[in-house]
Design a protein around this ligand. Structure first.
Ligand code: COA
Length: 213
């Protein structure tokens, strides 16, 4: 059993806590210690019996123990994820993947570290998922696609085949990306967008068909 901390006691963190319990039901894998969160108002509160332990610096002694401590960064925004992952590394917290047992991930999918694959996602063949990518429920990724590190796909995102999503991209709920396109780094795709052209670095696109905001 890996001793596990969830970084962030927000909505996503609480979802991840439940996914961890679901994983443990099938194969006991994690001892869920609690959440790390910098919000002093949340300290010592329990969410479904999982306590908020405090910020990183308040857990120094526990984190310096000889036993390895594992963590999962459960904050969706790529720029915040980057910052928190750096802190995890500073405190020698090792990242784990949370892959919900109710998702379909074919054996031809290569997955980095710190990755979330939520319930009812489908990832088919020859796909690469970079480090710290979050894939929220009911999303699908088609053959030969790549998702770059720190990117987040919100609910019900549909990525067709041969799509390249670079680093730090956010893709809103119910968005669709047509086959063969490239979404360059740090771009944002609005909820419900239908993306039929590649998107340049840092651009925000919305609508059907998607246009720059
Ligand atoms: C695209 C997005 C990032 C823009 O956010 P923003 O920069 O804060 O933009 P604003 O909310 O100020 O809206 C700016 C304009 O874009 C429009 N707009 C915003 N999001 C839109 C979307 N998804 N589709 C179409 N138009 C959109 C607004 O109506 C507004 O138009 P107006 O100026 O004519 O009134 C955001 O709206 C979005 O869709 N994010 C994804 C959210 C999501 O999927 N969350 C899931 C959480 S689980």
């Amino acid at each position: 059993m890996k001793k596990l901390l969830i970084i962030g006691a927000g909505g996503l963190g609480r979802e991840v806590a439940q996914y961890v319990k679901d994983i443990n039901q099938i194969k006991p894998s994690f001892e869920l210690l609690g959440f790390i969160d910098s919000d002093p108002d949340k300290k010592n509160i329990c969410f479904d019996n999982v306590p908020v332990l405090g910020d990183f610096n308040e857990l120094k002694d526990q984190l310096n123990s000889v036993e390895p401590i594992y963590g999962f960064c459960a904050v969706a925004k790529p720029e915040i994820k980057r910052r928190l992952v750096q802190k995890m590394e500073d405190y020698k917290i090792q990242s784990v993947n949370i892959i919900h047992p109710a998702s379909y991930v074919s054996p031809q999918v290569k997955i980095g570290k710190g990755v979330l694959i939520s319930p009812y996602c489908t990832l088919t063949t020859n796909i690469i998922i970079g480090d710290y990518v979050h894939i929220n429920p009911q999303s699908g990724i088609g053959h030969d696609s790549r998702i770059g590190a720190f990117s987040t796909l919100y609910w019900s995102v549909n990525i067709s085949g041969n799509v390249t999503v670079e680093e730090g991209v956010e893709i809103g709920s119910k968005a669709f990306v047509k086959q063969g396109l490239t979404i360059e780094k740090n771009a944002v795709i609005g909820a419900g967008a239908v993306v039929v052209h590649s998107v340049k670095e840092g651009k925000i696109v919305v609508g059907v068909p998607a246009k720059e905001l």
